[in-house]
Design a protein around this ligand. Structure first.
Ligand code: GTP
Ligand code: MG
Length: 610
């Protein structure tokens, strides 16, 4: 075995918001890749529009910097549990990882998940205690907790002996000894060069594993991955080894390597490096690209199974076809199946109905991001309530169970325990810091988590942090009875007016503004009681000739509660849908007329009696 001392490959892993992308900013800026005059901004790697809006990383991405003549290939990963498939997908390109831990929060559920992944893959870890600039940081304690986590997860003794760097990613400083003043990020670069093993290389015919795909309108598909053996140059003939042992022949068009935000065309690249190649028309993540001389497939990338599913269907609302550019079954189906090429932890299935597809993902946010992306691309469709995926193992029904951790104020413990017990959660740990802050841990079936996020935010008035992590499958604990109030359902098509909405507000909360176009069966608000009621929000006040002194006073409506896409998905029940178009997110009953709904209820009653 040989080594390439001119390269290091590292993945940056952590719990959500612990500062991964900010640390990559600092590394990019200080490696002098940008001209001094160039304004590059913050969270440089989060380039996708949704990432910028939400302030989170959704997709893992590659970049590279040069430090003292060594190229450091960096893979930034998302920290949100719903995107953990991304971490599993890219982690095998690296030989080492920076495990970031927030100096106040300490190790969190996703820290455990990503560290376990990294240690199982044998990556050399460097612990970076980040945000040391924050007031109230508890560095020593956080380091102790991190050591405990390593004790729990290490697969060999040498993994316990990890280097530690203390950093402030926002200030762009790092130190290896606490108490010294940080000037720049150099100590981190030095630590990477010293601690992360240079890539081992095998000589022989070319072989690379595709870990990511990109697309360019001129170049076509771009396959990204690490070269494990040999070298590759433009115009080389190669074979692509696919999932079912398939083998296709291609010629490489271009070989590109990373530097900063750019991909540079190079004449050739060698084992140990992370590259992007073009010229392969059909290639998927997990495929091996190899020399035709020795076409051997590398082990495919394995990612965890999805836990939540929902249907995506052709829009069947009375407004269908008005607002989207793509609305047919064929277009919807093609788009969903295309997503599978890059979204590894997603699954798509046809159903008995040709207009409906079953889409499975790692969590509500994972699916919501796909919905939002498609809507921005011009698709319109309807989606159902997300449900936990159950399966039958040895003749027994099992369901996914997750660990839920909540950090909030003492005063909300009562209401949260009440909400959670209805959702079949079991308290497993509770800690109090003596200053009114509590940390709660539960085991909860995934089905109980659906819709919980918004309940949590409301119950704690936003004063809480929640995190979940998948534990495994356990015996089915029975159905959960929905505790949501009934819906206020429009009884007629037309424009909603103030008078009609004011009537609706007499019953509960409304979701729409006056002037909104509604259809019969559309949900316009939430009843304060359990049952649905139909209400005519288009109803105008009767015109009379008599002027009364009070009735002409302008009606003042309470501003509507406007549900975001995630909240809408969270809100709906099984007999309801969310209609998604580039312009609107509407909630609706599956059965649009009241007559249909009543018939449905009575037939359901009959079947229960029988
Ligand atoms: N005070 C302080 N804030 C920081 C530091 N590093 C990051 N932050 C802030 O923490 C927030 C999250 O930072 P990101 O870099 O987006 O975190 P991330 O780990 O990439 O998050 P995900 O990719 O969504 O998992 C941002 O508001 C940063 O400005 C730091 O060293 N000190
Ligand atoms: Mg990030």
């Amino acid at each position: 075995m040989n080594y390439r001392s001119d390269i290091r490959n590292i993945a940056i892993i952590a719990h959500v918001d612990h500062g991964k992308t900010t640390l990559v900013d600092a590394m990019l800026k200080q490696s002098k890749i940008f001209r001094d005059s160039q304004k590059v901004g913050e969270l440089i790697m989060d380039q996708n529009a949704l990432e910028r809006e939400k302030g989170i990383t959704i997709m893992a991405k590659n970049t590279a910097v040069i430090y003292r003549g060594v190229k450091i290939n960096i893979i930034d990963t998302p920290g949100h549990a719903d995107f953990s498939g991304e971490v599993e997908r890219v982690i095998n390109m690296a030989d080492g990882c920076l495990l970031l831990v927030d100096s106040i929060e300490g190790p969190m559920p996703q820290t455990t998940f990503v560290l376990r992944q990294a240690l199982e893959k044998g990556l050399r870890p460097i612990v970076v205690i980040n945000k040391i600039d924050r007031q109230n940081s508890r560095i020593a304690e956080v380091l102790k907790l991190t050591e405990d986590l390593f004790l729990k997860l290490a697969t060999s003794a040498d993994q316990l002996d990890f280097p530690v760097v203390y950093a402030s990613a926002t200030e762009g400083t790092a130190v290896s000894e606490l108490g010294t003043e940080g000037k720049d990020i150099t100590p981190l670069f030095e630590c990477i060069l010293e601690e992360v093993p240079p890539p081992q290389i095998e000589s022989g015919p070319f072989q690379m594993l595709v870990s990511n795909l990109d697309y360019d309108s001129h170049k076509g598909k771009i396959a990204i991955g690490r070269i494990w053996r040999g070298k590759v140059a433009a115009h080389d003939p190669v074979v692509c080894l696919g999932v079912d042992g398939s083998l296709s022949h291609y010629q490489i068009s271009e070989v590109l390597t990373y530097l900063g935000l750019k991909r540079l065309e190079v004449a050739e690249a060698e084992a140990g490096d992370i590259v992007a190649v073009t010229g392969l028309e059909k290639v998927s993540i997990g495929d091996t690209i190899a020399s035709p001389e020795q076409p051997e497939a590398l082990p495919r990338i394995e990612v965890g199974e999805p836990t939540v599913e929902m249907t995506f269907g052709v829009n069947t609302s009375p407004f269908a076809g008005r607002e989207g550019r793509f609305s047919t079954t064929r277009q919807l189906r093609a788009r969903l199946y295309k997503e599978l090429e890059t979204n590894l932890s997603l699954r798509v299935q046809d159903t008995d109905s040709p207009d409906t597809f079953l889409v499975k993902g790692r969590g509500e946010l994972h699916l919501a991001i796909l919905i939002e992306t498609m809507r921005r691309e011009g698709y319109e469709f309807e989606v159902s309530k997300p449900e936990a995926i159950t399966k039958v193992v040895d003749g027994n029904l099992v369901e996914p169970v997750e660990a839920l951790t909540l950090d909030t104020k003492e005063e909300y413990v009562g209401v949260l325990t009440e909400i959670l017990s209805k959702r079949q959660a079991q308290l497993t740990d509770m800690r109090n810091d003596g200053h009114d802050n509590v940390h709660l841990e539960f085991h909860i079936p995934t089905k109980g988590l659906i819709g919980f996020r918004s309940a949590f935010l409301t119950a704690t008035r936003g004063e809480g942090i929640m995190n979940t992590i998948f534990l495994g499958y356990e015996a089915w604990r029975g159905a959960i009875v929905s505790t949501r109030s009934g819906a206020l359902v429009a009884s007629e098509q037309g424009l909603a007016v103030t008078y009609g909405l004011n009537n609706a507000q007499g019953r509960g909360l409304t979701f729409i503004e006056p002037g909104t176009l509604v259809y019969e069966g559309m949900i316009v608000g939430m009843n304060s009681r359990p049952r649905d009621i139909a209400i005519n929000v288009c109803k105008e006040k009767k015109k009379t000739n008599v002027r009364s002194s009070t009735s002409d006073i302008a009606i003042k409506l309470t501003p509507p509660v406007q549900l975001s896409l995630e909240q809408a998905i969270d809100f709906i029940n099984r007999d309801e849908l969310v209609e998604v178009t580039p312009e609107n997110i509407r909630l609706r009953k599956k059965l649009l007329t009241q007559a249909q709904r009543l018939r449905d209820i009575s037939s359901a009653r009959r079947s229960i009696k029988q």
